[in-house]
Design a protein. Structure first.
Length: 563
């Protein structure tokens, strides 16, 4: 084993056919240029993945491999070693086996790092047994255990190095904006938010404190409380990196930040709003790669996937994706566009804002000041010989009218609307002044969607549903199945949920449905015909997830509210 430990990572990856010699050479060159580890260089070059490297190390060195995202760790075991040491070596203690109390199993991204093994062994006075894990998983777990302490230390460093300002000088923070601790504080805040799957960071000034909340899987959680003295420098730093005016404090402002976290680029939309106690900031985090996913990862059932594929294969017509803010509409749209994005089609989008850049697609950003609205952009787009047009949102009758005309004249138009169900989307277009016969002619499919939280696989609790739940799920109370409810564990921050999945109501516009729409049928008539055609409602889809143990009845009730 000692000789295997001395084997170099490059040789291990070559022996495992993970990379070839040319790729190894380029990786070594990049490693030297950037001063990083070889594995990091190879992943950045796209020649392999962290998981492939971990699997090769496990196979060649004979160490176990662990998925840290599925294991609940004991806080006492993790705290056997200082966080600074663990972050230095990208390692984390995971257990002391009952049958070997003098051994400490440590998850490591580099199990050949003898310096790390020796240091941890000396600190704990235990024999270290390496276990292989990916660097990203280790970083996320370290962040979960030590992230709040890191933020607190940076805040203490900032406040201790900052001179007490007189009340009248509190707004004069020009020297604070480049203060290193505050720069590091903002950077760490964003990094921790990303690693905790946060979609929005809320920085909220109160009378006596500043509250930091993260929206994770659709719910807000308080993560930190700061002194109000830190607010001016915090706001100034975010305004600077967001390209906003730091001197303007009376008007709302919008900005944009790009930050790389764990080798993944994130686009951060910033909104600043003046409130009674200061400027409130909301930062919306979007991974540029996460918006465009494989269709199978969206949560469609096999039948729903067939219908979705059939809808987007139409050469012309309107496809509408509907749901409230934060229901995953943009992800569904970008996934559909990526599927349609081939060399022989011209795709043009008009968005507010452009959320992710996709190679091969022409994307237009609206600009109200320059009078570039959805409607005016659409008129110009139609003169650009498009095959497929994506409209970020149909907000008014003029945009709806142009979209319908475009679809009837041979273009495929995909867009979003804010409605509660697939059937009410059709009536919303009618409310915008579109004639029912034109809606019937133009519309080829409507996808209504929501996001429900996934139960944490580590701590979810099995139980037998009561009579009300059996009635809600449509199952026999005399012969009920087992379902699950949320538990509490460190892996999900004691929320019981981890991640979200899409719930869909896909309405393909059949010939019979076109007849109902053309006659001016209301939402109930349209829904009745769609159900006859085989449509599954949002409630049906959510029920399937409950019975499969993916989500809880509580989450399903949220979807059932307007189904």
């Amino acid at each position: 084993m000692e000789s295997l430990r001395k084997k170099r990572l490059g040789d291990i990856l070559l022996d495992g056919n993970i990379i070839n010699s040319d790729q190894l050479y380029e990786g070594l060159v990049r490693q030297k240029e950037k001063g990083c580890r070889l594995g990091v260089a190879l992943v950045e070059l796209g020649y392999t993945t962290e998981l492939a490297i971990a699997a090769a190390l496990s196979s060649q060195l004979g160490y176990d491999m662990i998925n840290l995202t599925e294991v609940e760790l004991d806080e006492q075991i993790v705290n056997l070693v200082q966080d600074k040491i663990l972050k230095k070596y990208n390692a984390i203690p995971i257990e002391v086996p009952l049958d070997s109390p003098n051994t400490l199993r440590v998850a490591m991204s580099d199990p050949m790092d003898m310096a790390a093994i020796d240091d941890i062994s000396i600190i704990t006075n235990l024999n270290v047994e390496p276990v292989v894990a990916t660097p990203t998983d280790i970083t996320m777990v370290l962040d979960r255990f030590f992230g709040q302490d890191e933020l607190k230390n940076q805040l203490d460093e900032y406040t201790s190095s900052r001179d007490e300002l007189a009340a009248e000088e509190e707004d004069m923070y020009s020297e604070d904006i480049n203060n290193s601790p505050i720069v590091q504080l903002v950077k760490t805040m964003i990094e921790q938010a990303v690693r905790q799957r946060t979609s929005d960071i809320h920085i909220e000034p109160m009378e006596k404190q500043v509250r930091i909340r993260y929206r994770i899987d659709g719910a807000l959680y308080e993560k930190a409380v700061y002194s109000t003295k830190v607010l001016p420098a915090l706001v100034a730093r975010i305004k600077i990196i967001g390209g906003m005016d730091i001197a303007e404090k009376r008007k709302p402002q919008d900005g944009r930040i790009t930050q790389v976290v764990d080798r993944q680029e994130f686009d951060i939309r910033v909104s600043v709003l003046p409130t009674v106690y200061g400027e409130k900031i909301v930062m919306r985090l979007t991974s540029k790669s996460a918006l465009s996913r494989a269709k199978k990862d969206l949560g469609f059932s096999e039948q729903e996937l067939k219908v979705f594929d059939h809808i987007i294969s139409n050469p012309h017509g309107i496809i509408l994706v509907t749901g409230p803010t934060g229901s995953g509409k943009s992800t569904t749209l970008y996934t559909a566009l990526s599927e349609l994005n081939t060399e022989d089609v011209n795709i043009i989008t008009v968005e507010d804002p452009v959320e992710a850049n996709i190679d091969g697609i022409n994307q237009v950003q609206t600009n109200v000041k320059a009078e570039l609205t959805f409607a005016s952009a659409l008129r110009s787009i139609l003169r650009q010989d498009p095959d497929i047009i994506m409209i970020g949102e149909i907000r008014d009758g003029e945009t709806a009218q142009i979209a319908v005309q475009a679809s009837i004249t041979g273009h495929l138009v995909v867009s979003t609307l804010h409605t509660n169900s697939a059937a009410s989307t059709v009536t919303r277009l009618a409310d915008m002044g579109i004639e029912p016969y034109l809606i019937a002619d133009a519309t080829v499919g409507v996808v209504a969607q929501r996001l429900v939280r996934r139960l944490c696989p580590t701590c979810k609790i099995e139980y037998t549903p009561d009579l009300d739940e059996c009635d809600l799920l449509g199952i026999d109370p005399m012969n009920p199945v087992k379902i699950y409810k949320p538990g509490k564990c460190k892996m999900c921050d004691n929320t019981g949920y981890k991640g979200r999945i899409g719930v869909y109501e896909i309405m393909e516009v059949s010939h019979d449905l076109k007849m109902v729409i053309a006659k001016g049928g209301n939402a109930d008539d349209i829904k009745e015909q769609a159900l006859k055609d085989g449509m599954s409602t949002l409630r049906m889809s959510a029920t399937r997830y409950v019975l499969e143990g993916i989500t809880s009845v509580t989450e399903m009730r949220k979807v059932s509210f307007d189904s």
